[in-house]
Write a protein that binds this ligand. Sequence first.
Ligand code: SF4
Length: 221
Amino acid sequence: MFMREHYPDVVVERPGITMWDLIVKKGMPPTRIVRYCCDQLKERGGQGRFVITGVRWAESARCKNGWGVLELNSHSSVRIKLMNDNDEARRLLESCVMKSMHTLNPIIDWLEEDVWEYLESRGISHCCLYDEGYSRIGCIGCPLAGAKQMRREFARYPKYERAYLRAFDRMLQARIDNGKPYLKWHCGQDVMDWWLRESSHSVPENQITFEDISAEGVDTL
Ligand code: SF4
């Protein structure tokens, strides 16, 4: 909504598959460890174009090392990360010959206060969610945000929680149809409960883990 209102010339590319169908196809929800949705929904696009992102090292989960400026990817051993990834391996300017794509990360070394100072000094408006306590804005229900934030988002956007539950129900049916039912999940709500526990940062012992499910295999596209 904010983007459409303030930046109407931004082109939003529709992915070839929805999150809901992706969950059914993969047979499990995306997790912090298995982020299959980023690859399908966020990393694609920009081919043949110059992509500008807002990724920052300060948002990397790991401490930042190095201070690279240019990363020439295609055949190097260092892999270019996802476009939304704030990893320390990100560089100010990245180039992928294979995809004929260039990526500029102009605020890669900015701290949060630098961002706010810049916005305020230029009178640039920001999304109101930041005023409501959100520190990062991304996909609703993203497992990377952690269970607390997921619950908060589902309380605010209940339609999305229902959409996930429906996708989980369809996913369970697809697992049965494919001959690999997962006996510890009986309905979408079971999956949702597991997903939220899995996304919390401290996973209790004796809980169903990703390994339990992956032992039965995760479909690949
Ligand atoms: S940001 Fe989160 S929910 Fe969105 S595509 Fe990536 S892992 Fe999935």
